[in-house]
Design a protein around this ligand. Structure first.
Ligand code: FRU
Length: 518
């Protein structure tokens, strides 16, 4: 954590110098739209700083979203758990802060479970107890140079998740002298009727078990020599899934890494394998790395506890530690990804995780504002979805074929290309708008398809300052932010290339549903 936190601090300082001039500039150029980057369908805090989604839990018809929140500024600071609730994962109601820092420290990331069997004995009335297990980060201990400043704490709710009390005997898991010891994700292991805590510990995860959520026993470690290690491991999630083709049980372990993602900075990798209640076994070679999302802006994502439906529901933080604290939004920073359904498929190369927008998302589509795009269309609002299908003439073409381009008359351009020879989708945001708030932001983002066949299918969700590309039914996902100096006015479909037999593109507007559309 030391390195990461100090990066965050450096970010705070940089922001003091860079953020204010940029925001003043934006204010001058766009007086009629004070919040041009505020998403229309992605949750953002009304104001101040947000990072990881926390405590994703479904109970009593409500999807709760807690999140890392600093209500004192638009950069990272002493962490609280912000709170919002939704019936459909799309329309969110802001609620008061759920957890405040206390004498044991800031409230870092963690999870919430429903204690159906009252294993912790904290149930008071009819409602099941909702229990939050999170990391306490003692900043004084960190400054003093100790190695025990992260411990796991507990809080509980007797009213379905709306109000919270801290457990009296915190912490529930002490620190065994490991500097990075955080982000507990608790799940229920039904076979043995016990709780499993998956914890990020430096360069690996550790599994702990408990019968009552208050006393935890170490089980095993995984990952020191597996997967990607460009940054410290954070925000793990152990998910029981089914192989979509055989129906057989399979386990997926998500692990975010603060640095070293496929396009630089933060990203989330996953492992597939088996879990027997004690140890996780990777079914791939240790050096194999698989990414949940190959874009730059999906980090610290985890899944819902007890969500209805067959598929786990995943939400990520739509940003990247490289520049999250400098993006030119005001008076808030950060949004969540569109909630996604995860499925697992098996092909000759092994298990592969697919992400697709939750089904109910289609209820936001304005079907009467839907049209085939022949060449260029004018964009009246910046929240829309596009379905693009391209038939490629040959897979040998080693050149970037232009597919789509977004522009405005002020010269900002975002472009999407495809290279059949490398099977890469290429999103170029170098000229997408003034990206000079941080040099790491200015980059070309590449994502590799699973199979390089001749039919490329893309579902895009564009929401003012973000694009989420779901290629080939979600087997490749690219999430990325962009900040045009003024909203893009046109999207142009390039159907003229001789490298493409046919391209069909359909544009559908999305109802702006969150915050003000300005
Ligand atoms: C990931 C992370 C977590 C930590 C939290 C602090 O983005 O660094 O590991 O709990 O953010 O806000």
């Amino acid at each position: 954590m030391g390195k990461l936190i100090s990066n965050k601090r450096i970010g705070q300082l940089i922001c003091l110098f860079f953020f204010f001039p940029i925001s003043i500039l934006m204010g001058q150029s766009q007086p009629e739209k004070p919040e041009p980057y505020r998403p229309a369908i992605h949750f953002t805090p009304k104001e101040y700083w947000m990072n990881d989604p926390n405590g994703l839990v479904y109970y009593g018809g409500n999807y709760h979203l807690f999140y890392q929140y600093y209500p004192g500024g638009t950069v990272w600071g002493p962490m609280h758990w912000g709170h919002a609730v939704s019936k459909d994962l799309l329309h969110w109601e802001h609620l008061p802060i759920a957890l405040y820092p206390d004498s044991l420290g800031y409230i870092f990331s963690g999870s919430v479970i429903v204690d159906h069997l009252n294993t912790a004995g904290l149930q008071e009335g009819k409602e099941k107890t909702l229990i939050a297990i999170f990391t306490y980060h003692d900043s004084k201990g960190e400054k003093a140079g100790t190695s025990t400043f992260q411990t796991q704490g507990m809080a509980y709710s007797n009213d379905g998740g709306f109000t919270w009390k801290k457990y009296a005997n915190n912490p529930v898991l002490n620190n065994p002298r490991k500097k990075d010891f955080r982000d507990p994700k608790v799940s229920w292991y039904a076979k043995e009727k016990k709780w499993i805590m998956t914890l990020a510990v430096g360069n690996h995860v550790e599994f702990y078990s408990s019968s009552n959520l208050k006393a935890w026993t170490y089980l095993s470690s995984f990952g020191e020599k597996e997967g990607a290690h460009g940054g410290v491991w954070e925000c793990p999630d152990l998910i029981k899934m089914q192989d979509a083709s055989s129906g057989k049980e399979a386990w997926v372990l998500l692990v975010s890494i603060g640095n070293g993602g496929p396009n630089g900075g933060s990203a989330t990798q996953y492992f597939t394998g088996t879990f027997n209640g004690k140890t996780f076994l990777n079914d791939e070679k240790p050096e194999m790395v698989k990414w949940v999302d190959q874009g730059t802006d999906n980090y610290a994502g985890v899944t819902y506890f007890d969500a209805p439906g067959k598929h786990p529901i995943f939400i990520g933080w739509m940003s990247n530690w490289q520049y999250a604290q400098q993006v030119p939004t005001h008076p808030w920073r950060s949004a969540i990804t569109i909630p996604r359904e995860l499925t697992l498929i098996k092909n000759s190369k092994g298990f592969h995780l697919l992400s697709q927008p939750i089904k109910q998302y289609t209820s936001l589509l304005e079907m009467d504002i839907s049209q085939q795009v022949k060449d260029t269309i004018s964009l009246s609002d910046a929240a829309y979805t596009m379905q693009v299908d391209a038939d490629l003439v040959s897979n040998d073409v080693n050149e970037n074929i232009q597919l789509l381009e977004w522009n405005n008359k002020w010269g900002d351009t975002l472009s999407l290309k495809y290279n059949p020879a490398t099977a890469e989708i290429i999103l170029n945001r170098l000229q997408s708008g003034p990206g000079d708030f941080n040099p790491s932001f200015n980059r070309i983002i590449r994502g590799k398809r699973l199979q390089a066949n001749g039919r490329l299918s893309l579902q895009l969700i564009v929401d003012r300052s973000s694009i989420e590309i779901f290629a080939d039914k979600g087997s490749l996902v690219i999430t990325a932010l962009f900040f045009p100096s003024k909203p893009y006015q046109w999207v142009r479909v390039t159907s003229t290339s001789s490298k493409i037999k046919a391209i069909s593109a359909k544009y559908t507007a999305i109802k702006p549903i969150l915050q003000s559309a300005n």
